[in-house]
Design a protein around this ligand. Structure first.
Ligand code: ADP
Ligand code: MG
Length: 152
C-alpha cells in the first residue's frame, strides 16, 4: 500500500502523469472515493499526458465511457456512477477493454463482482484543507514493483 498526501490539484496531476508513464494495455485503475475527491481530475491529467493529439477530457458522467487514442494505446475512461445494472458493463464493451486497453474506472463498486483481478485501486479521500487529498494506492499483483519510487 502506498500513501500519497496531495497538497494541491497540481500535486495530484503530477502523480497521475507519473503513474501514466508506467501504464500499458491491459492495466486497469479503479478510482474510488466520494464526489469531488479528485478522481476525474486525476484521470484527466493522466490521459492528457499520453494523448496523441491534444483534446478535451470531459467527465464521462453521462456518456459512461470515453475512449482516447494515446501513445500507450487506447485509454478507456469510465464513470459508472449511473450504471443501473452490472450487466450494462457488457454492453459498454468494458470487459473486453479490461484485457486490451488501459482502463480508468470511476465508481468501480458499480461493477459488482466483475472487478478485474490484478487491478490497481486508488482511493481518494478529502484531507484536512480544501485542496488536500489523501490518495491510497492498493496494489494488486505485480503493482508494488511497478510503482516503486512513484511517490517522491
Ligand atoms: N489535491 C487535489 N487533488 C485533486 N483535486 C483537487 C485537489 N484540490 C482541489 N481539487 C479540486 O477538486 C475537484 C475534484 O473534482 P473531480 O475530479 O471532478 O472529483 P470526482 O471525479 O472525484 O468527483 C476539482 O475541481 C479539483 O481541481
Ligand atoms: Mg468524476
Amino acid at each position: 500500500m502506498i500513501l500519497f498526501a496531495s497538497q494541491s490539484s497540481d500535486d495530484t496531476a503530477a502523480l497521475a502523469r507519473r503513474i501514466g508513464a508506467r501504464l500499458r494495455s491491459g492495466d486497469v485503475l479503479l478510482l474510488d472515493g466520494p464526489i469531488g475527491a479528485g478522481k476525474t481530475h486525476f484521470a484527466r491529467a493522466l490521459i492528457q499526458s499520453l494523448l496523441i493529439r491534444p483534446e478535451d477530457v470531459p467527465s464521462p458522467t453521462f456518456t459512461l465511457v470515453q475512449v482516447y487514442d494515446s501513445v500507450a494505446g487506447p485509454i478507456w475512461h469510465a464513470d459508472l456512477y449511473r450504471l443501473t445494472d452490472p450487466s450494462e458493463v457488457e454492453e459498454l464493451g468494458l470487459s473486453d477493454a479490461f484485457d486490451s486497453a488501459i482502463c480508468l474506472i470511476e465508481w468501480p463498486d458499480r461493477l459488482g463482482i466483475r472487478l478485474p483481478p490484478g487491478a490497481l485501486r486508488l482511493v481518494f479521500a478529502q484531507g484536512a484543507g480544501d485542496d488536500q487529498r489523501q490518495i491510497t494506492c492498493v496494489a494488486g499483483d505485480g503493482w508494488p514493483d511497478r510503482l516503486k519510487d512513484i511517490v517522491p
